[in-house]
Write a protein that binds this ligand. Structure first.
Ligand code: GRF
Length: 244
């Protein structure tokens, strides 16, 4: 039996699509996306989910008490027997009851190297604008477990992406997003495999992440990251799994 995964998304859902595309490459996947939830009725993510034959639900969050939202969210997740949740561009704070029910079973991807450039209000282009304004030379996505605060839970994986001289925010955002599409499905895969086997995946700081020199092309960066992940990070993640 494969582990049912839920993806929560507010917008375009390109990370959802990357996860679905990755899932489609697996033989007998030990996990599968079973549910898509969005707080936006017209989210492209819902369309992507429906197109893939996945139960895809709009869940009204705006203007409702957090307790009601938590109750409905938990009902939906439990009705699909969800074992792992991936937030993919989901812009709402997850109610504490839901966090508590899915502790270390819910991850988020953020488009900067946390703990910098995160927290309430730091989403979308604002993140990349802040990175550029800081003069940082390196940025990149972070995947972390979700806790009660925005972008604060234990970090699971990060990948460095160069900031280049003269980058516009949307150019940097696109460079980071391409790396997100490589990283997130692999993290979901490794967490999904661990949880499907009854293992407890523990957070880790990836040792020896690939340094991406400024002179590399985006294609080089993608290749380096894909190779670095497969050769270095995946075994490191497996090594940190603990049997419960
Ligand atoms: C990504 O940059 C992700 O890091 C952030 O929101 C964006 C979502 O993009 N959390 P998409 O909806 O997956 O295309």
């Amino acid at each position: 039996m494969s582990l049912p995964v839920a993806v929560l998304a507010s917008g375009s859902g390109s990370n959802l699509q990357a996860i679905l595309d990755y899932q489609a490459t697996l033989d007998a996947p030990p996990w599968r996306v079973e549910l898509v939830i969005s707080d936006q009725e017209d989210a492209r993510a819902l369309e992507r989910g429906r197109r893939s034959g996945i139960r895809s639900r709009f869940l009204q969050v705006a203007g409702r008490p957090s307790g009601d939202v938590a109750g409905e969210t938990l009902d939906l997740l439990r009705s699909a027997d969800i074992g792992l949740i991936a937030l993919a561009g989901y812009l709402r704070l997850i109610p504490a009851d839901v966090v508590g029910a899915f502790r270390e079973r819910m991850v988020n991807i953020h488009p900067a190297l946390l703990p910098a450039f995160g927290g309430k209000g730091m989403y979308g282009m604002r993140v990349h604008e802040a990175v550029l304004a800081s003069g940082a030379r390196v940025t990149g996505p972070t995947v972390h477990f979700v806790d009660e605060e925005y972008d604060r839970g234990p970090i699971i994986a990060q990948w460095p992406v160069p900031v280049r001289a003269g980058d516009a925010p949307h150019v940097l955002a696109a460079r980071v997003l391409r790396v997100e599409h490589l990283l997130y499905p692999r993290v979901v895969d490794h967490l999904g495999r661990a949880l499907a086997r009854g293992c407890r995946p523990t957070p880790f700081s990836p040792p020896g992440t690939v340094f991406l020199a400024d002179s590399r092309t985006v294609a080089d960066v993608e290749r380096a990251i894909a190779a670095g992940f497969v050769d270095g990070i995946a075994p490191a993640l497996r090594a940190t799994e603990q049997r419960t």
